[in-house]
Design a protein around this ligand. Structure first.
Ligand code: CA
Length: 419
């Protein structure tokens, strides 16, 4: 049964009262500030604090809600986050008169989402990308090394990852410039320089770190969730020709560091609780430091849609689910810190491409077209081996509750020609 707000929220809206995802927005002629999404609106937390409606929060928590990024709130940890969420759910409930019956206050607190510009939710100091979908790793490995050696020997023993580039993380809606770099066709004697000819997307999710840990103090796997504020959608744009030439022996570099897009609304772990599922059995059993009690995953439906410049509406090309990840977020976080690496408030840890077993659940064009061998056929007759200039790629995700949705909105980007 859905919670009821005095604000109308359609049952298919991503932003129910159960959800209340956090983001940072700018309205006309104002500084960036924190809000939560409800139906078609953004609720301005600074305006609520100024109106004296956060008296139940500690002074430091109330102050953290008035900043221009989530970082200060992230540092306060789960008890503070829960208190803010409960306070907001109560203030926005149909039963509570404070805002419901005060039109002047409502005008200061509510903004239409169509009237604001979303920003990155946090100052993201560090970004790590895992490689945790078995089917993605298997498909890519098969293309590179054949099915016998598809998975590297370490893959089922540890959550493989690389440290990505935080400075080129952008919020949904930011255009994506086609990158240039070196590529070496198999029959060429020397590499060529130019714009990538095989630009790809990667459907991923990512989580924002809360308090984090001190240098040299690993986070035990059973405490990992204390450090996860919430989740966003992510598109790890990738240049496959640049990647193929540069990736050995140290992994991705220019193939990935030109741009990574995330969705603006951060869905709290609390909102995802009803959609928690047991983590599928892992074989071999992980080492003790990666074994969490009742480890879990989440039932989050995910979709990627492509719209070319000639198309009137987007066409669905990937349908997958967060449950297709082999490693849990607790295992990812525990492994990240086990050597002593310190995570900090606002760090972003991403899942890796989320592919499932079926063809339609493949989370990037590399897999969907099998490296360009089987081009995608679009409804208007166009075909695609890779993304072309003018194409827009959107990723969306949601959980279906009983009469409500917990949605992530979308992460979208349009491809611009190379400079
Ligand atoms: Ca990736």
């Amino acid at each position: 049964m859905a919670l009821k707000s005095f604000v109308d929220v359609a049952s298919e809206s991503h932003f129910s009262l159960e959800n209340l995802p956090f983001g940072v927005f700018k309205s006309r002629a104002s500084e960036a500030r924190i809000g939560v999404a409800l139906g078609d609106y953004v609720v301005d937390l600074s305006a609520l604090e100024r109106a004296g409606l956060f008296k139940d929060l500690s002074p430091e928590t109330a102050a953290a809600t008035t900043r221009d990024s989530l970082n200060e709130l992230l540092a306060l940890g789960r008890p503070a986050w829960r208190k803010v969420r409960e306070t907001l759910q109560k203030l926005l409930s149909a039963e509570t008169a404070t805002l419901r019956d005060d039109e002047t206050l409502r005008e200061r607190v509510f903004h239409r989402q169509s009237d604001v510009v979303m920003q990155l939710p946090a100052k993201i100091g560090n970004y790590t990308d895992f490689y945790s979908s078995y089917h993605h790793a298997y498909n890519v490995g098969t293309m590179l090394r054949g099915p016998e050696n598809a998975l590297m020997p370490n893959w089922k023993w540890l959550p493989v990852a690389y440290h990505g580039r935080a400075s080129s993380l952008v919020v949904s809606g930011t255009d994506v410039r086609r990158p240039q770099g070196q590529n070496k066709p198999p029959d060429a004697g020397a590499p060529l320089f130019g714009a990538t000819k095989s630009l790809d997307y990667e459907l991923e999710m990512a989580f924002l770190i809360g308090p984090g840990n001190s240098l040299g103090q690993p986070v035990p796997v059973d405490r990992a969730l204390d450090h996860i504020f919430g989740f966003v959608l992510m598109n790890d744009w990738s240049a496959r020709d640049i990647q193929a030439w540069e990736y050995q022996p140290l992994g991705p570099f220019l193939a990935k560091n030109f741009c990574t897009s995330i969705s603006p609304w951060v869905v709290m772990l609390e909102a995802l609780e009803p959609f928690r599922k047991p983590l599928p059995r892992q074989d071999p059993e992980p080492l003790p430091y990666l074994r969490a009690k009742n480890d879990s995953t989440f039932d989050i439906q995910l979709e990627a849609k492509l719209q070319t410049a000639k198309m009137k509406s987007p066409h669905s090309i990937t349908q997958t689910n967060f449950q297709n990840l082999y490693w849990s977020v607790s295992q990812q976080l525990a492994h990240h810190t086990v050597g002593g690496c310190n995570l900090q408030p606002g760090d972003l840890l991403a899942s890796g491409t989320i592919s499932g077993e079926t063809e339609e659940s493949r989370g990037c064009m590399l897999e969907l077209t099998w490296r360009g061998a089987n081009p995608l056929k679009l409804p208007n007759g166009e075909t695609r081996k890779w993304l072309e200039d003018g194409d827009t790629l959107k990723i969306t995700g949601w959980c279906n509750g009983d009469g409500y949705r917990i949605g992530f909105g979308e992460v979208s980007g349009k491809i611009l020609p190379a400079h």
